[in-house]
Design a protein around this ligand. Structure first.
Ligand SMILES: Cc1cc2nc3c(=O)[nH]c(=O)nc-3n(C[C@H](O)[C@H](O)[C@H](O)COP(=O)(O)OP(=O)(O)OC[C@H]3O[C@@H](n4cnc5c(N)ncnc54)[C@H](O)[C@@H]3O)c2cc1C
Length: 453
């Protein structure tokens, strides 16, 4: 079967390498990877996905599946084979009365937030607006609302899935229960998700937003104070201490350009709760201190400019057993040598609603970890690859002493296939069994792969 036959058999756009739109469709956020599928099918519904899967399997073509294209490990586009591009599946339906939203596989976090905030509603999603909701949800999905309302997966009410044999099934807490369990954390290993129904909560439209930036030279004191502050912080408040070098832009005094800093980036669901965050503003002399009400939709775009698509990125992460003095001291040792113009490292406070759900209730493991830790290295020029990734890998290795051994699967890098079992911990054995049921030939392997048991 040629790609022309494929075009005749289905309605979706079929793109070969010489076609207009091919390069846009195969592009990913992480420009370290430049992959060229043999053929791309831009699908718009389950029938097209089923036809694409059938064509790939009949012709021995490797399958990859792209939603928002933001996989740190660049899993969504493989070299060669057939790419199923879901980015055109943009439907969002909000039922404000029932407090639910049903979204297509190509919807981004920004698009979902815009539609739900029209009704003063939202669900927890990542904090960069171009990230795909379904791609994030398949691994977990955390953001500003998660300490209060859980991960994105904790708000999934149902999923529509095209299975490897082309059937479309619905998975819920009472239908296809095993599949529903596996989808909530198990990534794209079990089928192609066409739609998710999500629970919504009253949020915004105004929240309290803030950035409180301090010089890094007092980092040990700042991070210890932050840890003590978070121990009693309300669940409506999330704070990420971001560590990065000040970019040479007018928003910052010229004398600190290039210096490492700690930026307490915060979002409180109560726009009047400035008193709750006041202690974070009194830890020393600030470089910048802005805390004010802002629209939730805008707050969700706050990181967009810092992590632009088209740069080179490398991700290294751990679940931490705690924000111990020893972990803080390791950070204090490595951050001053930070490399890469877009590089940041941060702690991600957990607990709250995330930890109230039992670790075996969904495929996602690591609910008990009080903190995540993430080094996101970003740079422009390939000549810097070894220097930046070498620094990130050394820093990551040093932080292992303070980690649980687990890791959030969505943060794994391209060179960390061997860490997938650790990401799932005690849930890994059940996942490998379910993989044997739902994808025995491992057709869906361009992901953080769980081979059939
Ligand atoms: C800038 C940036 C910021 C981020 N911030 C956060 C954050 O705040 N919180 C957080 O939890 N995570 C965050 N992440 C991680 C993010 O959740 C993952 O990278 C996620 O997998 C991206 O989904 P995607 O659809 O955009 O990516 P893609 O690369 O398209 O997909 C990722 C994986 O999911 C698979 N997949 C995607 N859609 C489907 C589908 N419909 N059916 C089956 N398989 C599918 C793909 O095959 C691939 O293996 C961030 C990532 C980036 C790059």
């Amino acid at each position: 079967m040629s790609s022309n036959d494929l075009a005749a058999g289905i309605i979706g756009d079929v793109l070969t390498p010489d076609a207009h739109g091919y390069d846009e469709s195969r592009s990913m956020w992480n420009a370290r990877f430049d992959r060229r599928p043999d053929v791309i099918v831009r699908c718009t519904d389950a029938a097209e996905i089923a036809a694409a899967l059938d064509h790939a399997q009949s012709n021995g073509l490797r399958v990859s599946v792209k939603g928002g294209g933001h996989s740190y490990a660049a899993n969504s586009v493989a070299d060669g084979g057939l790419l199923i591009d879901l980015s055109a599946m943009k439907a969002v339906q909000v039922d404000a009365g029932a407090r639910t939203a049903t979204i297509g596989a190509g919807v981004t976090c920004g698009e979902l937030d815009a539609a739900t905030q029209d009704h003063g509603l939202a669900t927890p999603t990542p904090t960069v607006s171009s990230v795909g909701v379904v791609g994030a949800a398949l691994g977990g999905g955390g953001g500003y609302l998660s300490r209060k309302y859980g991960l994105t997966i904790d708000n999934v009410l149902s999923a529509r899935v095209v299975t490897v044999d082309g059937r479309e099934v619905t998975a819920t807490v009472s239908e296809q229960q095993d599949l529903f369990w596996a989808l909530r954390g198990g990534g794209g290993n079990f089928g192609v998700v066409t739609a998710l129904e999500l629970r919504l909560h009253e949020v915004g439209p105004q929240v309290l937003s803030g950035q409180v930036i301090y010089p890094f030279n007092d980092a040990a004191h700042l991070l210890r104070s932050f840890r003590d502050f978070m121990a009693t912080a309300p669940e409506e408040l999330q704070v990420y201490p971001f560590m990065f070098r000040v970019p040479p832009i007018d928003a910052f005094p010229a004398e600190v350009h290039g210096d490492p800093v700690i930026d307490f980036v915060l979002c409180h669901q109560n726009s009047d709760a400035a008193d709750d965050v006041q202690p974070l503003r009194e830890l020393g002399e600030t470089i910048l201190d802005v805390v004010a009400p802002a629209p939730y939709v805008e707050v969700q775009q706050g990181f967009d400019a810092n992590l632009p698509a088209g740069q080179r990125y490398y991700s290294k992460a751990h679940d931490l057993a705690g924000l111990t003095d020893a972990a803080i001291d390791t950070v204090v040792r490595y951050v001053p040598d930070m490399r890469g113009a877009f590089t940041a490292a941060y702690f991600d406070p957990g607990g709250g609603a995330i930890a109230r759900i039992d670790g075996s209730a969904t495929a996602y493991a690591g609910r008990e970890a009080p903190y995540g830790f993430h080094i996101l290295a970003g740079w422009t020029d390939a000549s810097e690859d070894a220097s930046v990734t070498g620094w990130a890998a050394d820093f990551h290795a040093a932080m292992a002493a303070h980690a649980t051994g687990g890791v959030y699967v969505n943060l794994l890098a391209d060179d960390e296939r061997d860490r997938v079992p650790a990401a799932y911990g005690a849930n890994y054995a059940r996942l490998t069994e379910l993989k044997r049921t739902w994808d025995p030939n491992n057709v869906f392997q361009s992901n953080h792969n769980i081979p059939p048991g």
